[in-house]
Ligand binder design. Structure first.
Ligand code: ZN
Length: 166
């Protein structure tokens, strides 16, 4: 088990689309174990592999329900519905939260660690974390979901922060 440093905004790996997993081997099992440990250590409710610098289509999440940590390999969002504004944050953009409107409900198809088809579907925190993690695997960040004007302000803040101006 290992806890990895989490890549933050500005790291190019976060902007690259991740590669699908073709063989769920021991390396993928180890990666998932380490990702779960890193997620809980952060602490966070979801983590995508590229957030620890591994450009593969793997994410873990814990929607704070009775099901505990779950894994999605090669996930795709196949259905969304409704609309919900939620104060969303990201381990890769630490200490910032923005009111972000996204579909309230999401359904994701993926593979589990045994290579079986799995489906995760729900609203609330589960619906939000599913969309957030699949976005990561597509090279997107929560900033991309902000309205243009808010995004501009957020980017300015983050740049100033990186330069030590705040
Ligand atoms: Zn995130």
């Amino acid at each position: 088990m290992a806890i990895y440093p989490i890549r933050t905004f500005g790291d190019p790996v976060l902007r690259m689309e991740t590669k699908p997993v073709t063989d769920i081997d021991d390396k993928v099992h180890t990666l998932v174990r380490d990702m779960i440990e890193t997620m809980y250590d952060a602490p966070g409710v979801g983590l995508a592999a590229n957030q620890i610098g591994v450009s593969r289509r793997v994410a873990v999440f814990d929607a704070q329900d009775e099901l505990g940590p779950r894994v999605m390999i090669n996930p795709e969002v196949v259905e969304t519905a409704g609309e919900w504004e939620y104060d969303e944050g990201c381990l890769s953009v630490p200490n910032h939260y923005w009111e972000i409107t996204r579909p309230a409900f999401a359904r994701v198809k993926a593979l589990d660690l045994d290579g079986n088809d799995v489906e995760y579907a729900g609203d609330g925190l589960l619906g939000r974390v599913l969309q957030h993690e699949v976005d990561h695997l597509n090279g997107a960040l929560l900033l991309d979901a902000l309205p243009k004007r808010v995004r501009k302000k957020a980017l300015k803040e983050l740049r100033e922060e990186a330069l030590g101006l705040t």
